[in-house]
Design a protein around this ligand. Structure first.
Ligand SMILES: [Fe+2]
Ligand SMILES: [Fe+2]
Length: 385
C-alpha cells in the first residue's frame, strides 16, 4: 500500500489532490498527516466520494470506492472533427470533452453536420479574426469632401438603406446561432464573428450618414417586407441561401459600385471594407450549402421552391424603393447634366446586370444548370438583399 504524506496540509487547503492522485495510481493508500481537522474531514470526504476508510496506527487506510460517477460518461466527439449528429445530452460541453451522464439537455436543434457544416469554417473564422478593422482608425472620417449637397443627400439615402439591410444580415444568422449545437464550434465562431462584422457595418454606415446631416433617409414598407421574409424563414439552409448566397452576394456588387462611384474617401472606405467582410459571409454560405447539396439530392429543389415562394409573397410590393434607385443613379452621375445622368443610369443598369451574373454563377456552383439559374436569379427580390 502506498503512503501519501500530507504533512500539515488540510483538506480545506488542497490535500484532496494528493489523496486523489494516490488513489488513481493504486486503489489503496495510507494517508498520514498532522492537520488539525484531518480526523473529522477525511472520513466525511471519503464517504461523500464512496471511498472506504479505516483508522490505522499511523494514519488512515483508504480504498477507492466502486461507485464511479464517470461510469456512463461519454466523449463529446473528437477535438479534431464533429460527429454527424450531435445529441442534446452533450449540452454545452466542449467538443472532445468527457461528459458526465445526467447533464441538462438544451434546445439546440441545429445538430446535424449535414445541415450546418463546412470544412472551410475554421479557415474563414481565422481569416475573419485576422481581418477585423477598427472603425475609429480604418476610416478617414475627417477627409475633405466637396461634392454637392444633393449628392450628399443621395449618400445618406443609400446609407439608410444599407443600415436596414445590415440589421437583417446581423439578426438572421444570430437567430440560428442561438440554436446551433456547440459540437460545430468553428461554425458557431464564424457566425459570431460575422455578427460582429455586421455590427461594425451598421456603425460605419450610420456614422457616414451623419457626417453632414442630422436626419436619415427613408425606410419603405416594400424593403422591409423583403427583409421580413428573411427574418421569418425558419430553415437554416433556406435562410442562408436567400441571405448569404443571393442577398449578400448581390450586396457585394452594390458595395463595389458604391466604392467605385463614391465622391469622397470616407464613403469609398466604408464600402470597400464592408465588401471585404461580405465576401467571407458569401463564401461560408456557399461552402456549407455546396456540401449540403452533395449530401442531400433534394436540397436544390427546396432552395428553388423557396425563391419562388418568396417571389410570390413579395410580388405585390415595390421591392427596392425608388429613392434608393435614384440615389444610386445620382451617385454614379456625380452631377445634374443630362450626360451625367445618362451615364449614372447606365451604371445602375450595369450594376443590376453584374448582380444577376454573380447570382447565376453562385447558383451554378450549387448545382443549378444555366437555364434554371437564369430563371431563379430573375426571381430574386428587387430589394437586392
Ligand atoms: Fe454587412
Ligand atoms: Fe454580411
Amino acid at each position: 500500500m502506498e503512503t501519501v504524506p500530507l504533512s500539515d496540509l488540510g483538506l480545506d487547503e488542497g490535500a484532496h489532490l494528493l489523496i486523489e492522485r494516490g488513489l488513481a495510481r493504486c486503489g489503496s493508500i495510507e494517508v498520514q498527516g498532522t492537520a488539525a481537522n484531518l480526523a473529522v474531514d477525511l472520513p466525511a470526504w471519503c464517504r461523500a466520494r464512496g471511498h472506504a476508510i479505516e483508522r490505522t496506527r499511523s494514519g488512515f487506510a483508504i480504498r477507492r470506492g466502486t461507485a464511479d460517477r464517470w461510469c456512463g460518461a461519454e466523449r463529446a466527439g473528437s477535438i479534431a472533427r464533429p460527429v454527424d449528429h450531435a445529441p442534446v445530452r452533450w449540452g454545452l460541453a466542449a467538443r472532445g470533452a468527457l461528459v458526465e451522464a445526467g447533464a441538462p439537455e438544451l434546445d439546440l436543434p441545429l445538430a446535424r453536420k449535414q445541415d450546418v457544416w463546412a470544412d472551410e469554417a475554421a479557415r474563414l473564422y481565422a481569416q475573419a479574426a485576422a481581418a477585423q478593422w477598427d472603425p475609429a482608425t480604418a476610416i478617414p472620417w475627417d477627409a475633405p469632401h466637396d461634392h454637392p449637397a444633393e449628392i450628399e443627400d443621395a449618400i445618406v439615402q443609400i446609407m439608410t438603406y444599407l443600415i436596414e439591410n445590415e440589421t437583417a444580415a446581423l439578426l438572421v444568422p444570430v437567430r440560428f446561432l442561438g440554436r446551433l449545437h456547440p459540437q460545430f464550434r468553428e461554425v458557431m465562431q464564424l457566425l459570431a464573428i460575422q455578427a460582429a462584422d455586421e455590427a461594425r457595418h451598421i456603425e460605419v454606415f450610420t456614422r457616414r450618414a451623419c457626417l453632414r446631416r442630422d436626419t436619415l433617409g427613408l425606410s419603405t414598407a416594400g424593403g422591409q417586407a423583403s427583409l421580413a421574409s428573411l427574418f421569418d424563414e425558419p430553415d437554416f439552409a433556406i435562410a442562408s441561401f436567400l441571405l448569404s448566397v443571393l442577398g449578400e452576394g448581390s450586396f457585394l456588387s452594390l458595395l463595389w459600385f458604391i466604392r467605385d462611384h463614391a465622391p469622397d474617401p470616407c464613403t469609398r472606405e466604408v464600402a470597400r471594407l464592408a465588401a471585404q467582410d461580405e465576401a467571407r459571409h458569401v463564401a461560408f454560405g456557399l461552402a456549407h450549402l455546396q456540401r449540403h447539396a452533395r449530401e442531400d439530392a433534394r436540397l436544390c429543389d427546396r432552395l428553388a421552391a423557396a425563391i419562388e415562394r418568396r417571389h410570390a409573397a413579395l410580388a405585390h410590393t415595390a421591392g427596392l424603393n425608388g429613392e434608393v434607385f435614384d440615389a444610386l443613379i445620382l451617385l454614379a452621375a456625380g452631377g445634374w447634366e443630362p450626360a451625367d445622368l445618362r451615364r449614372g443610369h447606365a451604371a445602375v443598369v450595369a450594376l443590376q446586370r453584374t448582380m444577376d451574373d454573380g447570382r447565376r454563377q453562385r447558383l451554378n456552383r450549387l448545382g443549378f444548370d444555366s437555364v434554371r439559374a437564369e430563371a431563379l436569379s430573375a426571381l430574386h427580390t428587387r430589394n437586392f438583399m
